[in-house]
Design a protein around this ligand. Sequence first.
Ligand code: SAH
Ligand code: SF4
Ligand code: F3S
Length: 464
Amino acid sequence: MSPLPCVPSAQSGKQARGLHVITWGCQMNVYDSARMTDVLRPLGYRAVDAPDNADMIILNTCHIRDRAAEKVFSELGRLRLVKEARAQAGHKTVLAVAGCVAQAEGREILARAPYVDIVLGPQTYHRLPEMVARAARAAGAVIETDFPVEQKFDFLPPEREVPAGGAAFLTIQEGCDKFCSFCVVPYTRGAEASRPVNAVLEEARRLVAHGVKEITLLGQNVNAYHGEGPDGAIWGLARLTAELADGIGVARIRYTTSHPRDMDADLIAAHRDQRALMPFLHLPVQSGSDRVLAAMNRGHTAQEYRDLVTRLRAARPDLALSSDFIVGHPGETEDDFEQTMQLIRDVGFAQAYSFKYSPRPGTPASGAGGQVPEEVKDARLQKLQALLREQQDAFNAATVGRRVSVLFTGRGRKPGQISGKSPYLQAVHVDGPDSLIGQVAEVDIVKLYTNSLGGVLTGETGKA
Ligand code: SAH
Ligand code: SF4
Ligand code: F3S
């Protein structure tokens, strides 16, 4: 990420200090890391690439799967050495652990890693300046993992560092009340809450003014969005995306992650009516077996998911679908797994993420009977991923020979190459000038690579 010139530089009198943020986990953590940097900017902190040059290091963690805490402790061991080396050279380093592991295991972190100065949950980072001041004063560490009554978004600075490349994330909704059997998110991110419409529009307006073409709206259940509108009415996601496109001028809009239960008729119609909505939807189904879906507390059947896909494709025939899958949830039989394979064959996915079920402390599934042996999970995951890979390759192969709009987000790996994203979220590279980075242009797709497509610029600017 690179700062734009319009972001105010270090306030006069504030000495520049290095800040190094390490980000693990989902896009919401990527957004949070950027916003923590924004919160600390008025204190003189500037992002630096290496921890060795950093007066403050933030490790922004994820708790979603296996060994999350162990991974944190091993990284902290490494950062401790950095902190000690810097201390020997006469520099103080503030070490902070943020994110979902901090939320879930804050006390344990302080007990096992007493050299950590600050532990903060995802809902409290607007208070970072105060925590930094307290850490400087106090002998002990600072811990902030309560869910505060105030909404952190109301306290974040309006200016954001805008990523180069024309694409940005914007969190509009947080938390989750769905309590899927396997998932820690409701415990780490708290109750579901939506930001007011005006706050979202204002943040989007600034991004667009700084040249952003594509905004990905983020939320753990983003399509459950129900923000208070300026008219006092509650706006759903479809109304919000319409206003972002027509009122604010966002050229490309994506949203993630959606829950099938919240995919309402308005949002389906938006995929038909709103050209700015990109024809790609991440709609996790997790399993194709009704028995497992019920055990997971997902609140829908496999047939309901299939019907939803049919309605979405009727609205937007070229819609590319993506999903998350879990294999080996407690109680999953070979037959249940086969039903997941069948659902994948029936639906056809452009891409997907798949995981072995991993017991998370404190979640209902972790204590359930019928835990599936590791080697069975391994075998199922392999089969499932082979099928998904086939589908992804077929989807990408079908793009060869087509003309698509690409938002160029950066340089490619080879000199003279630039790369970006198709409307279907495929990585595309072409030979082209750096001046196209941050712009949308039309591309003829000519070649298929393992995880990307090669194309040729047509010379036309893109439609979106
Ligand atoms: N809110 C999203 C998911 C957020 S978590 C939704 O409901 O779809 C991202 C993905 O991680 C989930 O979709 C799930 O596939 C996976 N995941 C979550 N907890 C997991 C666990 N305990 N074991 C394995 N995978 C898990
Ligand atoms: Fe987790 Fe389920 Fe909530 Fe998604 S909907 S964040 S999987 S509890
Ligand atoms: Fe991980 Fe927390 Fe995101 S557990 S997936 S960083 S919400």
